[in-house]
Design a protein around this ligand. Structure first.
Ligand SMILES: Nc1ncnc2c1ncn2[C@@H]1O[C@H](COP(=O)(O)OP(=O)(O)O)[C@@H](O)[C@H]1O
Ligand SMILES: C[C@@](O)(CCOP(=O)(O)O)CC(=O)O
Ligand SMILES: [Mg+2]
Length: 358
């Protein structure tokens, strides 16, 4: 069960404008001010046969995508985007077919920081592309926002998983599932349980700003498993037990404030143990250790999030913690050059708004 290794996901606004004025699909990435487009004839020639149901990108199609991306000459500083652009090409061509459209992506998430930006990107993309096909239906949610019906949401999630595979290599599927469905999910390969926490969890997120790549980190854990299969089997079994314990804490009813505090203390202990297990998988980093030591001075428990190796660290902010302590710990972390923000755990899932424009 991988639930406890994963991040709270934040929204990724994405604007999708079908346009029949241009003959090229256009991808605009607002934060990096980059734009990519391809002649539709070239895309059509690159993918002679595509399935309209969620399908993994074959080796042949991956080669075609690599050629399309290589010709873009993405600046070296933004080269990490190549995998996102590849996922875009696969989802766009498979779902949208060969109709030209403009896709504008804006995001509040830092990329490659363990907060699941790759999954949010794929979910938002799959959702926007599917929303413009005739095959999906919606429920009205709030103020122009629509949510997908159960079957269509699963379709969004399956396509997003195919995109994640391109960015990530071998994702478990937890990030795209949380991003699509929202709330808290207990996830074991092959089975997932949607949960609502009985404790309102608040986390301080510290971005160490150390860039890392999920694909490389996950591959590194795989190599350690090959070198030490017996030890790593115990580590993963411990992560599983830990996740089961967390699930039962979150599920059990909370009658009064004292038990909220008790639950928070138990969760803090689990976070500390989880951090130790993640360290033994080899995915920590010197900056993560600095965040852990800093928050520990204020008796706060922290753990790395996502694939680790830098990126973000989560610190539980207990309900009764005073604002002064939060201010002090944030000031100390920011004086190290880190960036802090506060998030509640368990947000909403993907929604569509046909009225939003850039
Ligand atoms: N808004 C976006 N636009 C384009 N690509 C994106 C966007 N968000 C994420 N990606 C892709 O996802 C990659 C980061 O994924 P990953 O290494 O899994 O880190 P994380 O998911 O923790 O942010 C980026 O390098 C990029 O290829
Ligand atoms: C490490 C892992 O649990 C999540 C990776 O998340 P991120 O891309 O680091 O945000 C991998 C996975 O579940 O596929
Ligand atoms: Mg990711």
């Amino acid at each position: 069960m991988l639930w406890f290794m994963d991040p709270p996901l934040l929204p990724l606004p994405l604007t999708y404008t079908p346009t029949f004025l241009s003959a090229s699909p256009l991808l605009q990435l607002k934060e990096t001010a980059l734009e990519f487009s391809w002649p539709i004839t070239r895309i059509r020639a690159s993918f002679p046969q595509l399935s309209s149901t969620p399908t993994s990108c074959s080796v042949e199609n991956a080669k075609a995508i690599a050629a399309l991306v290589q010709d873009l000459n993405i600046p070296e500083a933004n080269f990490g985007l190549a995998s996102g652009v590849s996922a875009f090409l696969w989802l766009y061509s498979s779902i949208q077919g060969f109709k030209p459209a403009t896709v504008l992506v804006t995001s509040e998430l830092p990329l490659g920081s363990g907060l699941g930006s790759s999954a949010s990107f794929c979910v938002a993309l799959a959702a926007a592309l599917l929303a413009y096909t005739d095959s999906v239906s919606f429920h009205v949610n709030h103020q122009g926002w629509l949510s997908f019906g159960e079957k269509d949401l699963e379709l969004v999630n399956q396509w997003a998983f195919e995109g994640e595979k391109i960015i990530h290599g071998k994702p478990s599927g937890i990030d795209n599932t949380v991003s699509a469905y929202g709330n808290i999910i207990s996830f074991k390969l092959g089975s997932l349980t949607h949960m609502k926490s009985s404790v309102p969890l608040k986390m301080l997120i510290t971005n160490t700003k150390v860039g890392r790549n999920t694909k490389a980190l996950v591959a590194g854990v795989g190599e350690r498993m090959l070198r030490h299969p017996d030890i790593m089997a115990f580590v993963f079994s411990a992560v599983d037990s830990l996740s089961n314990e967390l699930t039962s804490i979150l599920k059990s009813p909370t009658p009064d404030e004292l038990s909220v505090t008790e639950k928070e203390q138990k969760i803090e202990e689990l976070m500390e143990m989880n951090e130790g297990l993640l360290q033994s998988m080899g995915v920590s980093h010197a900056t993560i250790q600095t965040v852990l030591q800093t928050t520990l001075k204020y008796k706060l428990a922290s753990k790395l999030t996502g694939a680790g190796g830098g990126g973000c660290v989560l610190t539980l902010l207990p309900t009764l913690l005073s604002g002064t302590v939060v201010d002090k710990v944030v000031a100390e972390l920011e004086s190290c050059g880190f960036q802090c923000f506060i998030a509640g755990i368990g947000g909403g899932g993907v929604e569509i708004n046909f009225g939003v424009s850039s």
